[in-house]
Design a protein around this ligand. Sequence first.
Ligand SMILES: C[S@@+](CC[C@H](N)C(=O)[O-])C[C@H]1O[C@@H](n2cnc3c(N)ncnc32)[C@H](O)[C@@H]1O
Length: 208
Amino acid sequence: MLNRPSHMTAHAQVRRRLLAAGSLVPAAPMLLALLAPSRVAAREDMVELDVPFVPTPMSVVDAMLDMAKVTSNDLVYDLGCGDGRIVIRAAERFGARGVGVDLNPVRVKEAQAAAKRAGRAIDSKVRFEVGDVFKFDFSPATVVTMYLLPSVNLKLRPRIFKELKPGTRIVSHDFDMGDWEPQAKRDLDSSTVYFWTVPAKAPANLKS
Ligand SMILES: C[S@@+](CC[C@H](N)C(=O)[O-])C[C@H]1O[C@@H](n2cnc3c(N)ncnc32)[C@H](O)[C@@H]1O
């Protein structure tokens, strides 16, 4: 009999691969081909990415949005939005507006198609753009969501302090922000979600 891995085990394996892939980013096309959801997409995936596409399980998406206490007044930015699931879910569950940015145009097309499928009410609240998280302006956000890599989170941290409004909530799937202590942390379904609020002033030890 086949010994099928449980969903939890499978996700943990993917997470390990995500970490491993992050340390091998220059060789990304090969790894992306392994991780991409379809062969057609994989063929178009010849973009050098900082993080491969691994979607957040929906149970974890919901936990992220709950931890950030998203409401209809929020503007949610997902940095590296993949298939758009976090932004679309925020619009569906809470009526929030959202923006997703991804370096991979294939992902952006998928996200735009998913928003259309979700109906006009949702599609009118969300926007997906091709862009690089290191250059993209995410300062209008009231909530930022991320499923990137530890090194990418750390590289974004100075911009988070400098460019985001005090009080902006941030949630990250699986990866923390080094010595910036999270205000809350939740483990579920083999994942961890970290939560922070942008302070009025960056702590002196975290300015860079
Ligand atoms: C682990 S996936 C997360 C997808 C989605 N946020 C989720 O949680 O389901 C990371 C995403 O980041 C994108 N990405 C990688 N490097 C990027 C960069 N420099 N700028 C924007 N997006 C990037 C990838 O294409 C991929 O879709």
